[in-house]
Design a protein around this ligand. Sequence first.
Ligand code: ADP
Length: 481
Amino acid sequence: MSSDPSATLLIDGEWRTGASTFEVADPATTELIGHAADATTADARAALDAACAAFPAWRGTDAETRGGYLRAAATAIRAERETLAALLTSENGKPLAESRGEVLGAARMLEWSAEEGRRAYGKVTPPAANGPGLTLMTPVGPTLAITPWNFPASMLVRKIGLALAAGTTLIVKPAEQTPLIAAALVRLINDAGLPAGVLQNLTSSRPAELVGELLADPRLRKISFTGSTEVGLGLLRSTGERLRRVSLEMGGHSPAIVFADADLDAAAAAITAAKFTNAGQSCTAINRLFVHRDVREDLVARLEEKAAALRVGHGAEDGTNIGPLIDQAGLEKVERHVKDAVAKGARVLCGGKRWTPERAELKGAFYEPTILADVDHGMAISQEETFGPVLPVFTFEDDDAVVDQANATAYGLAAYVFGSDFRRLWRTLDRLEFGVIGVNEPAPVRPELPFGGMKNSGQEREGGSEGIEGYLEHKAVAFKL
Ligand code: ADP
């Protein structure tokens, strides 16, 4: 095993350096923090060869044994939580407290997966005229997992946990911005004693080329993608003549609806968390806040107070609530949305501009936490995902019409509802066209619940008892007795 820190390729049980490397930067300072191996198409082929060779034995391993590896990996991740969190923050920029939470969430997801593998039950159907029938669950086969930079630990580990628990072998291709946390996690999981070839890691700065090589090979049976809608739809189309399973978790445009009977203090705290966590760079981040006219002023005053108290800075520093955006392109999108909204009549209640650090070394793409009032549907921010710390506020009066407004988007990942009247809450969540709904809850993602979107936000689910199905095929068996 290579001890070179840029040996970030795991292929057939062996850590390898690449023919070349690419640079990894701290988004808060833009300084170099390390190098990752740049996988070639030959590495991709070797990884798929290994995943295919390891598959028969892995699928034949009993679920309890597979779960044992995952539990050991979760324990190792918990033990390394501080080091992993620091690495995550240095690559992604998010505050350390958020990184700690994400690492812990990754361990919890592995533990959930370990148990779900044992519950991948099939079915026995009542005898028909000729005899009984069975539905058997069988692992889908060598899978490629493509993961993003915004939750580089949890998105990666949840795919690894479910795939391995189901008996599928896996190649992971983490985002080019965050390859080091991925390699560190894969190392811990692999070190739990996985047989060679069960898990491979391919870091790359040229994802299209690398992934293209794998897609051309019919032995690859599934892609599990988390990232932008544009790339996800491209992957879906790429299956061409040879269909393979594709699970997608893509962009969002989450509404939050605050009814007049909401607990405003609790709602303000929850909305602040659901908007500004990870500097708004989350596919479940609130992108449109709809507030009932009767409570608008009271709620917005509370939100302004909370936004003003958020400290922007380097994620590794104590007290930081908002780190940098991942890059300049992300910052420019945020600026474009705010500029467009203001030109069309929105009012900036706080923020509305780049954050200027006192310390010169913070050269990253920082933006102040921002609240916009008087937002309407003609503005870009009301149509597109912002992926930044900007909260646009709409006002409504009709409790039913606001649900139509919330649904008026091509996306359908997360939605939030705040209120206390049970009938109204129920009616609303029943009509919302979103895969994940928080009711007075800012963090609706839990291992026990299926996570995923409707419409252009995705297909299939990760988590819940549904999650393991993403890595299983149904095989129907009819007996004639
Ligand atoms: P973002 O815009 O948030 O970076 P992307 O969809 O570009 O989201 O990236 C998510 C993941 O998809 C990353 O691992 C990235 O390397 C990968 N990716 C980007 N472009 C492609 C592509 N053309 N084919 C396959 N994977 C890609």
